[in-house]
Design a protein around this ligand. Structure first.
Ligand SMILES: C[S@@+](CC[C@H](N)C(=O)[O-])C[C@H]1O[C@@H](n2cnc3c(N)ncnc32)[C@H](O)[C@@H]1O
Length: 475
């Protein structure tokens, strides 16, 4: 099917102005920003929502409108792979030849048709009205024709048609059905192991909206205080975690506003707790977070260090991110210092620390639930860029820790090239360091595998897919 050329209106048919629907317009604007400017949906949305509320007034743009706009943006971005396959089946040319703004309107429409409970006629007509406003009447006809084709079947019907059979090409099948790039499916499956059921559950979990989890920073807030909030329930694994059910707004929590608590996935909390609890002989006075920005783990480590009378240095290469760390640590009950330094050329003397965290920069494939566009931005080549940095940071962390001290190497990616391969490589070249069994340091957390390192999973633990290896320096 081709885009319709602009034609003069039929005589006698009165012109009707297109209806501006602030929710769809906002969603379209957000998708364009993500597409055109490589913006992040979670950063673009809040100002757009604020602007819409101010422009329309709270009655015409209320909390339900904001929730729908957010759902449309996140859902469309997450399911883009599936929706592209459906749209490709309904147009008569390669998708790269369809104008990106047209594709955005189509994807938004397909999401409403196949991914929400919005009735078919409403989904089509809202999309056509949006197309009339942002693309013009000619291209709105094209949108109408494509969406009418899409509306002939439901999601399962479309998947049966556009996804290759599992038996012929399992990875391609899963890539289309669960809307992940094929190389990501492949990498996640390599790390997860096992058969079809597990990887399907993991990919499905990546398409769910994660709950908001809070951390009560020890010595500054208690979990009971946070549990007093509406819609709050205790976390699953971390003694400091509280989960907010749908609609829970962290900004409304006083302890969060005061920095005594923060928003932090339980996987990140567990990494900090495991490092703090790792067995140590000798002094336990100086802790280092070598990749601290924006400061979530540093704030938890800082509070734990304060309880033990230890000093925390939180170091971050990017000065503006070091500023965020300083903000996260403000009010910490114990002594700390925030510095901007390159962890691969550190300013500290070797052997200065008892505990060191390096939460290294990575592809972020473990946090796909939070960043709906991330899976489409990342490329396998990105791994080559991170590999030397990750090795360099771990190597220097092992120099920074004293003999008998412990280093925690963490990533928010389960990709084996960023996890086990880095640790194995560095330890192979550096005698005098041994892996500790991290599993007993995550008490009560099930299904941690054979160790000694730990990989958490969204579909198993409800956390981001954080990886943790604990290494003790022995000489
Ligand atoms: C995964 S993030 C750390 C997240 C942090 N631990 C938290 O919980 O908020 C990795 C950080 O390492 C920083 N970084 C990148 N290269 C670095 C280097 N050579 N030395 C120190 N930090 C670096 C990045 O700017 C980024 O802020």
């Amino acid at each position: 099917m081709s885009e319709q050329p602009r034609r003069p209106r039929k005589p006698g048919k009165p012109y009707r102005r297109p209806q501006k629907d602030p929710v769809r317009l906002l969603a379209f604007e957000a998708l364009r920003a993500v597409d055109e400017r490589d913006a992040y949906a979670n950063l673009v949305l809040p100002p757009l929502l604020r602007k819409a509320r101010e422009k329309e007034g709270p009655e015409k743009f209320d909390a339900r409108d904001a929730a729908l706009a957010t759902e449309l943006v996140y859902g469309t971005l997450r399911r883009q792979g599936t929706y592209d396959a459906v749209i490709a089946d309904c147009v008569d040319r390669p998708l790269r030849e369809v104008d990106p703004p047209v594709l955005d309107v189509l994807s938004l429409g397909v999401h409403q048709l196949l991914g929400t409970r919005i009735p078919t006629h409403a989904a089509v007509s809202a999309s056509v009205e949006l197309a009339r406003v942002v693309l013009g009447d000619g291209r709105a006809k094209f949108v109408n024709a494509v969406l009418r084709k899409v509306a002939r079947d439901d999601l399962d019907g479309w998947l049966a048609r556009v996804a290759p059979p599992y038996d012929e090409d399992p990875e391609d099948h899963l890539a289309v059905v669960h809307s992940h790039p094929r190389w990501v499916v492949s990498a996640l499956w390599d790390s997860l192991g096992g058969g079809r059921a597990g990887i399907e559950e993991l990919l499905a979990a990546d398409n769910e909206r994660p709950e908001v989890t809070l951390v009560a920073r020890p010595g500054r807030a208690t979990r009971d205080e946070l549990l007093g909030e509406e819609a709050a329930v205790a976390g699953r694994w971390s003694p400091y975690a509280v989960r907010l059910s749908e609609g829970g707004e962290p900004g409304a929590v006083e302890a969060v506003r005061e920095g005594r608590a923060g928003v932090q996935d339980e996987g990140s909390q567990l990494v900090a707790l495991a490092l703090a609890d790792a067995p140590l002989d000798g002094p336990d006075r100086r802790w280092l977070d070598g990749c601290a920005g924006p400061g979530g783990k540093a704030a938890l480590l800082g509070a734990l260090a304060a309880e033990r009378g230890a000093f925390l240095i939180a170091s971050e290469k990017q000065p503006h991110r070091a500023g965020l760390v300083a903000k996260a640590l403000a009010g910490n009950p114990g002594p700390y210092q925030v510095i901007a330094a390159d962890g691969t050329r550190p300013p500290w003397r070797p052997g200065s620390f008892d505990r060191v965290l390096v939460d290294v920069p990575c592809t972020g494939l473990g946090a796909l639930r939070r960043r709906p566009e991330a899976r489409w931005r990342r490329r396998p080549e990105d791994l080559d860029g991170f590999a030397p940095l990750q090795r360099g940071l771990l190597r220097e962390a092992l120099e920074a820790v004293r003999v008998g001290g412990v280093v925690a190497y963490a990533t928010c990616s389960p990709h084996l090239a960023e996890t086990r391969a880095v640790v194995a490589d560095v330890l192979k070249r550096r005698p005098g360091a041994e892996l500790l069994d991290a599993r007993p340091l995550l008490p009560g957390v099930p299904a941690l595998g054979e160790g000694p390192d730990v990989q958490l999973w969204p579909h198993v633990h409800g956390t981001d897919a954080m990886y943790l290896a604990l290494v003790r320096r022995t000489s």
